[in-house]
Design a protein around this ligand. Structure first.
Ligand code: ARG
Length: 320
């Protein structure tokens, strides 16, 4: 409860509504099904999910690890405020860190501390919804099997309509409770125009730079009728698509209007596309697949209205 309370306080401090905790409309993962999924805590207060992409690198959301914005050329050394980053990789039971003792071996996951965190150059800090991805470097290698980010030759794997898998330790209803075990669900990747229509603007009075969907660094997934979605605590966790041999990682959980609401797909960092993928690969060498797929590629559609300074009916809603 301390964790939830602190999380709530933290999110409120960011000017958005209090969180509920995991995946909505999902089901329990099987033990060991997702060895690469990490439970992450920042200062034993703020909970996120992440994905192991090499033995020493975990991809998560920038808003989980940064309150200050991008690290342009270097990693941020730990020891700065808000930078005790602990991880439990491959847990089945939801890890429950103690304020004074961290994870303490109870969830069955492999426990780690971070050595450094790199935040995507386009992430502008609190309130920014673009480039919401960061890479955590572990102090020692994980023995768990990583999952790779879809490569440039695998664009067709994540076309709109593809049924993607989301997973995390977040709440199972908006403002609801944390699940006992890791949750998983499937949601279709949506056209960029659908996501752009749902999230045209973040909040009135907020610089347009900080708001709205664009299709360089964000991708949406969800049913038009809602019902299945990521939710608070799932942030940073994976959006996975099937490949010939297992999964590829194509997104990290970022934001949405409440959770699983009709007409509001979940938004994920677009980490397998040409803006974020090369940056991640530069920080985490070996994290990107060099595979190719034989199906027809469908190029990214450059459509989707840009944010304008005119307001909209959804403007004051909470989006994290
Ligand atoms: N921002 C949330 C977090 O910090 C993730 C919310 C995802 N929301 C959604 N409707 N898909 O955990």
């Amino acid at each position: 409860m301390t964790l939830r309370t602190l999380l709530a306080a933290c999110v409120l401090a960011l000017g958005v509504t209090a969180p509920a905790h995991a995946i909505v409309g999902g089901n329990d993962a099987s033990p060991g099904e997702y060895p690469y999924i990490a439970h992450i805590t920042i200062d034993r207060a703020f909970q996120c999910t992440g994905t192991l992409v090499t033995p020493t690198h975990v991809v998560t959301a920038a808003h989980c690890t940064s309150i200050s914005g991008p690290t342009l050329f270097t990693s941020v050394p730990l020891g700065q405020p808000g930078q005790l980053v602990e991880l439990t990789i491959g847990a089945h039971k939801t890890p429950e860190p103690y304020l004074d003792a961290g994870y303490n071996g109870e969830s069955g996951g492999e426990e780690h501390v971070a050595k450094s965190v790199s935040v995507a150059p386009g992430y502008l800090g609190v309130g920014s919804v673009a480039s919401d991805v960061s890479v955590i470097e572990l102090a020692r290698p994980s023995a768990k099997a990583p999952v790779k980010i879809a490569g440039p030759g695998e664009r067709s794997l994540w076309s709109p309509g593809t049924l993607a898998t989301i997973a995390g330790f977040g709440v199972t209803e908006f403002e609801g409770d944390t699940p006992d075990v890791l949750q998983e669900a499937r949601v279709p990747i949506v056209e960029d125009s659908v996501a752009a229509e749902a999230y045209p603007y973040l909040a009135p009075g907020v610089d347009a730079l900080f708001g709205g969907f664009e299709n360089k660094t964000q991708i949406g997934a969800g049913y038009a009728r809602g019902g299945v979605d990521s939710c608070q605590g799932d942030s940073g966790g994976p959006l996975l698509v099937p490949a010939s041999n297992g999964f590829r990682l194509v997104g990290d959980t970022s934001y949405g209007y409440e959770c699983a609401e009709p007409g509001y797909p979940g938004i994920y960092g677009r980490i397998a596309d040409s803006t974020l993928r090369p940056w991640i690969e530069s920080v985490a060498p070996g994290s990107v697949s060099n595979g190719t797929t034989t199906t027809t590629t469908s190029p990214t559609k450059p459509k989707g209205p840009k944010s304008t300074s005119t307001t909209s009916g959804t403007a004051s809603r909470s989006l994290r």
